[in-house]
Design a protein around this ligand. Sequence first.
Ligand SMILES: Cc1cc2nc3c(=O)[nH]c(=O)nc-3n(C[C@H](O)[C@H](O)[C@H](O)COP(=O)(O)OP(=O)(O)OC[C@H]3O[C@@H](n4cnc5c(N)ncnc54)[C@H](O)[C@@H]3O)c2cc1C
Length: 468
Amino acid sequence: MSNIQGLSNTFANGGVSYWLRDSGRPSVRSALTGPIEVDVAIVGAGLTGLWTAYYLKQSDPTLTIAVLEQEFVGFGASGRNGGWMSAKPAGLFRHYAREGGHASAIALQREMFGAVDESVRVANAEGFGEHVDKDGLIHVATNPAQLTRMRSNLKSLRQNGWGDDDLFELSPAELSDRVRVRGALGAYWTPHCARVHPMHYVQGIAAAAERAGVRIYEGTTVTAISPHVVTTDKGEVGARNIVQAVEGYTSSLPGQRRRLLPMNSSMIVTERLSDSELDSVGWNGAELLGDMAHSFAYVQRTADGRIALGGRGVPYNFASSFDRDGKTAQKAIGQLATRLRELFPGLGRTRLHHSWSGVLGVPRDWSAAVTYDPAAGIATAGGYVGHGLSGTNLAARTVRDLILGEQTALTALPWVNHRARNWEMEPLRWIGASTLYSAYRFADRREYETANPRTHIAARIADAVSGR
Ligand SMILES: Cc1cc2nc3c(=O)[nH]c(=O)nc-3n(C[C@H](O)[C@H](O)[C@H](O)COP(=O)(O)OP(=O)(O)OC[C@H]3O[C@@H](n4cnc5c(N)ncnc54)[C@H](O)[C@@H]3O)c2cc1C
């Protein structure tokens, strides 16, 4: 790490995330000790699995539910993310908005707004509301091409059910009243987003599910899923229904290597800002912040006065490999640190405290889905492409309704039982993903250099090829 400037003496790389380092593990749960029979077996103790367990138990307290987790609650993306709980559909329901028609896009959008509020409601009701702050989300454009994209983005949001109370354009002066971003040409704010401390949040849901009677087994690795049987390294679990909730880890399950691409996302967090640093940033609220670059940066001012910034880093490794512990490549840390200092030049001397990475699951058509096969009793949910904080809540309530055999507004949503085709075989998968992100980075650079208001051709081609 010696060639990255500005690391603190206590800098850590990996170790799951800063959120884990900050919160610690409140409890260690025991592993499965032998075969069991339950009504519902859930694979994965991230937000998808835990929300599903929670809602199933709320609806039917008589159900026996076991959550099986290879490591511990929040080990995956749910304990590593940027803490943006947003209702923004970008990359989430794209396919359905385009092909399912206007009404289905609007129905999904309304449910996404609702998922943010529902998540906040449960957090408050279950006693972990102090880790969730709903202050909205700001998107900022810092070059003319980004400004053009921002305006077209606003137009398409308005066409898809966002009204005057959902979107507010901010002039550079209005933006700087909330946060001072260098080179901002324009911005917009939406109230539909909450800032969360990811590890406290996911642990809060786990505790709520346990209070309701759900049993969580940690240190228990699932090796196979077949109709009504989950095989683990600690014994078999027989279940009427099984929920596969392993998103970015899907490729490690037998027969599912090409279903979801494990996309890396990396983050850095600074040391606590001094008063003068905080003043230079001028960010006093809990709004989340994102730019309009193709290689998109997502930022939060943490509740303890740091800046956490994430981006794609090195998005995909050959043959779907990734560092389980979250150790992040120097190149990615350097890129994120540069972006931090570009956005906030007043943090030029601020030292970094921690870096980490995680994987999220990307379907071939970039569209999240919930599936259920009643004969096999197997449900899956995931592929949220970076919008899992609210997506998991909506998916979980949808899986609940499917398992309970209820026909509801949620089970009628167009992402139910949507199946994307598989990703290409290697080395095509790696060549495709690497070329795509090189094109996006090149386009970002050129858009700054040329100040041309049109999206650079390299990014337009990449969008067309990827279906993004
Ligand atoms: C760095 C990063 C930043 C992100 N930022 C945001 C953000 O700001 N906003 C947003 O909305 N989304 C964000 N996301 C995406 C979001 O975090 C995920 O979409 C969401 O957390 C997925 O939840 P999940 O429960 O489906 O999967 P996960 O949280 O990944 O949980 C899956 C669990 O399954 C376990 N598991 C895997 N395989 C097995 C097995 N064989 N046996 C037993 N257990 C197994 C894993 O250990 C893991 O705990 C980000 C993701 C990353 C990586």
